[in-house]
Design a protein around this ligand. Structure first.
Ligand SMILES: Cc1cc2nc3c(=O)[nH]c(=O)nc-3n(C[C@H](O)[C@H](O)[C@H](O)COP(=O)(O)OP(=O)(O)OC[C@H]3O[C@@H](n4cnc5c(N)ncnc54)[C@H](O)[C@@H]3O)c2cc1C
Ligand code: SF4
Length: 522
């Protein structure tokens, strides 16, 4: 291996985990290599074209995975510098304090994390500041204590969403401004001329044409690359990791780039390919010392896959809803229980506004409801919600590799009752919040193969913990079985809570980054 292929740190994957870690380590002066299978997401008008993004899935990976019965499906995944944060909705919420403890659900137990909210709190603050989170602590009754306010005020509600906010309050609920990672400076509901974000309708699920979204590429990878000690190789697909004879040290990272094999090495190797691909990479890297997959003496790798029980719904407002930027409100009153049920239900958030092209793509499924509502009426009156509940880590919900190399994802639904009840709660309120009494599924937002293709919130496949028998990583996210292998994407999750995952991935990457800086003697 050429001497210049040797680094202090290699980070594989540049999404929420890998990109954030790269940023944190970049100023150390250590030689850092980022390996990313994708390239930069092209900046073009189609970034904001609903037909290109949702109907034609232009930016999704052209990849086929298989379910447990061998049926092919098309995962909702994107491979770019910045990973899935290039298209995420940037709702950046902290786990609740109780989410780190064991929580009883109707469908089973959500296990405790090896660390507490207090351990994560300083890193949540750092991640909120780094990713320009706009919000207001103290307004969500379920959130834990925050040591420092957000740096940016909440994104203002459009008038129709403010009405919805008031209606929820009138019903005795506690709506709060959804914390968003966005490069927005606004006044009177309009973006200032200096603002990167222009407060358009393409926030959720679209890439941002003008780099106004706080994604991992814009916030972390590009600034990290300003340091001459940091390099990025794109189109660099990591095939496998090789170890020394003892099996304790990763000695080679084997990459396919431009159709040829290349080899790299580093004192520290960090895997951050997203929960499915990280598990797949470790399983592909089995060798004599690690016959069941690299770092897999616990047999935990690939297991406990989680991705939330979630639904995207469109409701129809009795008054027109001319809102452009809709994703500004959330309700957590049913997060842990409701007045008529003692178990967690989940979170209600606003979603990006339905667009005429999306409606055309989805309308056939709705015609049975009110055929007299023409599509343009629906487009003018739609209000969109995202409902998110906790699924539970099940050992048989897992990633495996088919002998021919394909990814197999086995899923058994868990803990659905809470989600059903959350949906019923929203449905029961529709008439009181100025909406017609019907919720319509928006399947295009998540991917056409729901539920299995809804891989947006994938997590849990390389869980961390204190016991090497029941976890693959230690509390620093280092593999128990190896001395120089770390994992910092959503794989390390022990449970997934009912909030969006990215802020916890980012906070954890900063936490692991502090550990690595100490280990590197910086
Ligand atoms: C439509 C959509 C909306 C979302 N909205 C939100 C939201 O509002 N809030 C929120 O918190 N989360 C949201 N998410 C989820 C969020 O994007 C993910 O949780 C987050 O990006 C996961 O971070 P990660 O580091 O685990 O993986 P990723 O961000 O997926 O990064 C993994 C990286 O590894 C690269 N890679 C994979 N395999 C290899 C390989 N073998 N070799 C080299 N590189 C490889 C990939 O190309 C990618 O860049 C959304 C996701 C989607 C798809
Ligand atoms: S709302 Fe802002 S961040 Fe989102 S796509 Fe439009 S300009 Fe970009």
């Amino acid at each position: 291996m050429a001497e210049n292929n040797r680094y202090d740190v290699i980070i594989i994957g540049t999404g929420a985990g890998g990109g954030t870690l790269a940023y944190h380590l970049a100023s150390s002066g250590k030689r850092i290599l980022l390996l990313e299978r994708g390239g930069y997401l092209p900046r073009e008008k189609d970034n904001w074209d609903a037909k290109a993004v949702f109907v034609e899935s232009k930016y999704r990976a052209k990849e086929t995975w298989y379910d447990k019965d061998g049926k092919p499906f098309y995962p909702g995944i994107q491979y770019y510098v910045g990973g899935n944060t290039k298209v995420y909705g940037a709702a950046l919420l902290r786990f609740r304090e109780r989410d780190f403890d064991e929580v009883g659900h109707y469908g089973g137990v959500s296990p405790a994390w090896p660390l507490s909210y207090t351990d994560f709190e300083p890193y949540y603050t750092q991640a909120e500041h780094l990713y320009h989170v706009h919000g207001q602590h103290g307004t969500d009754p379920t959130e834990g204590p925050a040591s420092t306010p957000y740096r940016y005020p909440p994104v203002s509600h459009a008038p129709r969403i403010q009405e919805l906010f008031n209606d929820f309050e009138r019903l005795g609920l506690h709506p709060f401004p959804l914390p968003l990672g966005i490069l927005l400076d606004e006044a009177d509901g309009k973006a200032l001329h200096t603002s990167a974000c222009v407060r358009c309708a393409a926030f959720d699920g679209f890439p941002c044409l003008v780099n106004g979204k706080a994604d991992s590429q814009v916030i972390c990878v590009d600034p990290a690359l300003e340091h001459s000690s940091v390099e990025l190789l794109m189109g660099a697909y990591v095939e496998r990791l090789e170890t020394d004879a003892s099996g304790r040290v990763v000695t080679k990272v084997i990459v396919t780039r431009n159709g040829a094999e290349e080899q790299y090495s580093a004192d520290i190797v960090v895997v951050s390919c997203g929960a499915v691909n990280s598990a797949a990479l470790l399983l592909r890297s089995a060798n004599d010392k690690h016959p069941g997959g690299l770092a897999n003496s616990s047999d935990m790798i690939g297991r406990h896959y989680m991705r939330h029980n979630c639904s995207a719904f469109m409701a129809v407002s009795k008054d027109p809803n001319p809102t452009v930027f809709q994703k500004t409100l959330a309700v957590n009153d049913f997060y842990f229980r409701s007045d008529d049920w003692e178990y967690p239900l989940g979170e209600i958030q606003m979603l990006g506004k339905s667009d005429g092209e999306m409606l055309k793509g989805e309308a056939p499924g709705w015609a049975v409801w009110k055929p007299e509502f023409a599509l343009d009426y629906l487009a003018e009156h739609s209000i969109d919600f995202w409902l998110q509940s906790e699924d539970l880590p099940h050992p048989d919900n897992r990633v495996t590799i088919h002998p021919d190399g394909q990814i197999v994802l086995s899923i058994h639904e868990t803990n659905l009752e809470g989600h059903t009840r959350l949906t019923a709660k929203l449905k029961g309120m529709l008439g009181d919040i100025g909406l017609h009494d019907h919720l319509m599924h928006r399947s295009l937002y998540l991917g056409k193969d729901i539920p299995i293709g809804g891989t947006a919130h994938q997590a849990g496949t390389v869980r961390f913990g204190r016991d090497p028998k029941t976890s693959a990583l230690d509390v620093n996210c280092k593999a128990h079985d190896l001395d120089n292998l770390y994992v910092v994407d959503a794989s390390f999750f022990v449970s997934i809570a009912a909030v969006n995952p990215s802020l916890t991935i980012m906070a954890n990457a900063l936490r692991v980054g502090d550990h690595l800086l100490e280990r590197l003697g910086v």
